[in-house]
Design a protein around this ligand. Structure first.
Ligand code: NDP
Length: 524
């Protein structure tokens, strides 16, 4: 089997016309089998979906948060009940092991939904804000649903990434219109089928299918917020389109996660973490271990152990074989990117320790690959790989490792390995990334309470945690009095010289260092 038709994302023609309406075909990367197809939504259909969502949201958003959560737990129950069906479709559509689908796609979605349903009444409760200057006034905040939230999602985690955003939006009282990647439409079609079986209002969660144009239409459709997950270059275009339409957005973009292996790391655990973190989902993870900086004192031992563990990985079609560790590559372009990285690195002096080649078909597979002797002149250490390659660079000190880890335009996740946990935390604080794990890889994404997202060109805004749930709402400020208001407010018209002098006295009394008011009132 050669190139699969659905993977030529540059040409919609490969997906065929069907009676005037285009369709997207979904192909199994591990076998080349045709799995199904969906119809591309027109711009008018995207707009109509958003209009229907708005109507559904009007009734949903006024329900007490407790009632919304109670109803959404039906979705949680259905996801648990039908977990095997989700695993089937995601595993086939992505060519990823069933273990990955269960633990990463289903479990995390279900846990996020549980966390939000349990905590939303507290997180979204209105609260007073103490005012330090305007003591005679009272402020309170309340969180109102924004309206319709748009979600645009990638193919590498086609269930958990969009569904995490969907459940947060729904719990907060919004409706959602989602455009999944054209490469993995069936995974989200399954989510929609399960949602519709729960009795929740159908138009609260709508899926539109298509390419970039469908995403563009969604941004122009009048949504109140967009959560985008995808590559940096697409993210720049999407953020510009959001800017042009004044749509607030969250940008979850690419990563180049460094792993710092300190001199005092547990070599065996570090090696296992590198192999898991670098090759799970065939390296097609935004927080994959994308580069390793190994202290010279443990470098050789670490490299030897990484080679041994990599050699023991079982790769193949995961269908019907729960022992497959590493599955397929989603489309040929990703294999070509991997090959270009290796070619460039080898030309500049790196060594292919193990792997390095694509495997013969059927399906699309690339051997888990470890490169040694790497440095920052190589693209493999600087640009996102998004494939099963782990490049390793030897460093002379932890300071050098931190400097190199920060020598990147990306900053999503990072990893530090040391037996000294306190030192690990200190190093973590010096690494420029949205999240840093000490002695672990990837697992921070499963911490429902913790915000997830990038700095630098890895994006802005956060998913998960309290911050993301509140950000699905408009924080609205109500400002009122504590005491009866006088008819003539001293700050209002008419202005006078006397009022000006009074203000000046107030300014000095309150803000001058050592002023009597400050000392007595402890205002500031
Ligand atoms: P892309 O950026 O190619 O696509 C992401 C989504 O955007 C797809 O649904 C895509 O549709 C859509 N899209 C493409 N062009 C436009 C446009 N002009 N307007 C609106 N929408 C558009 O990313 P991939 O799907 O290839 O995913 C891989 C990338 O995602 C990697 O860089 C990875 O690091 C990143 N990622 C980031 C994560 C994070 O949380 N920070 C998590 C997972 C992945 P279509 O598929 O039809 O082109």
């Amino acid at each position: 089997m050669g190139a699969l038709p659905h993977v030529d994302t540059s040409s919609s023609a490969t997906n065929g016309a069907n009676g005037g309406s285009r369709t997207i075909k979904s192909w199994a990367p591990a076998t080349g089998d045709l799995l199904g197809e969906v119809r591309v939504s027109t711009k008018e259909e995207v707009f109509a979906a958003v209009a229907r969502a708005r109507k559904a949201q009007a009734a949903w958003g006024v329900l007490p948060v407790e009632e919304r959560c109670e109803r959404l737990l039906r979705l949680r129950d259905a996801l648990v009940e039908r977990a095997d069906e989700i695993v089937d479709v995601v595993s086939r559509e992505c060519g990823k092991p069933r273990h990955d689908c269960l633990s990463h796609e289903v479990m995390i979605t279900v846990d996020l939904l549980t966390y939000y349903c349990k905590n939303a009444p507290r997180i979204l409760a209105g609260h007073d804000i103490g005012l330090h200057l305007l003591k005679h006034k009272k402020s309170s905040l309340h969180y109102a649903p924004r309206g319709v939230i748009g979600v645009i999602s990638p193919w590498n985690f086609p269930f958990v990434i969009p569904m995490g955003d969907v459940v947060a939006a729904l719990v907060a009282g919004n409706a959602v219109v989602l455009k999944p990647s054209e490469v993995t439409p069936l995974s989200i079609q399954k989510a929609k089928e399960i949602f519709d079986g729960t009795g929740l209002p159908e138009d609260l969660f709508t899926v539109v299918y298509g390419y970039g144009e469908a995403g563009q239409a969604l941004i122009e459709s009048g949504i109140q917020k967009l959560v985008f997950t995808g590559g940096v270059e697409t993210g720049k275009r999407v953020a510009a389109a959001c800017g042009a339409n004044l749509v607030p957005c969250v940008m979850e973009l690419g990563g180049k996660a460094p792993l710092i292996a300190c001199a005092d790391c547990d070599v065996d655990r570090t090696a296992r973490a590198i192999v898991f973190g670098g090759f799970v989902n065939a390296g097609q993870v935004c927080i994959s271990v994308e580069r390793v900086y190994a202290h010279e004192s443990i470098h050789d031992d670490l490299v030897a152990r990484v080679k041994e563990l990599t050699g023991a990985l079982r790769q193949g079609d995961p269908q019907g074989d729960a022992t497959v560790d590493v599955g397929a590559i989603i489309f040929p372009k990703q294999i070509e990117i991997a090959e270009r990285h290796i070619e460039d690195a080898v030309a500049k002096g790196a060594t292919v320790l193990i792997g390095g080649k694509r495997r013969a078909g059927p399906g699309q597979f690339f051997e888990p690959t470890v490169l040694t002797g790497c440095d920052h002149t190589m693209t493999v250490m600087k640009q996102e790989i998004f494939g099963p390659i782990v490049p390793i660079q030897k460093v002379g000190s932890e300071d050098e490792a931190i400097r190199l880890a920060n020598d990147s335009h990306l900053g999503l996740n990072a990893y530090v390995f040391t037996k000294n946990r306190e030192k690990g935390k200190r190093i973590a604080q010096r690494v420029e990334a949205g999240s840093v794990c000490v002695n672990d890889v990837l697992l921070n994404y499963a911490a429902a309470e913790a915000p997830f997202g990038g700095i630098k060109q890895s994006g802005f805004g956060r998913v998960h945690g309290e911050e993301a749930l509140r950000d699905m709402c408009d924080a609205r400020h109500v400002f009122s009095g504590r005491v009866p208001e006088p008819a003539a407010d001293p700050l209002w018209f008419p202005y006078s010289n006397k009022a000006y002098r009074w203000q000046m006295r107030m300014l000095r009394a309150v803000f001058s260092r050592g002023s009597i008011v400050k000392r007595i009132g402890k205002l500031f």
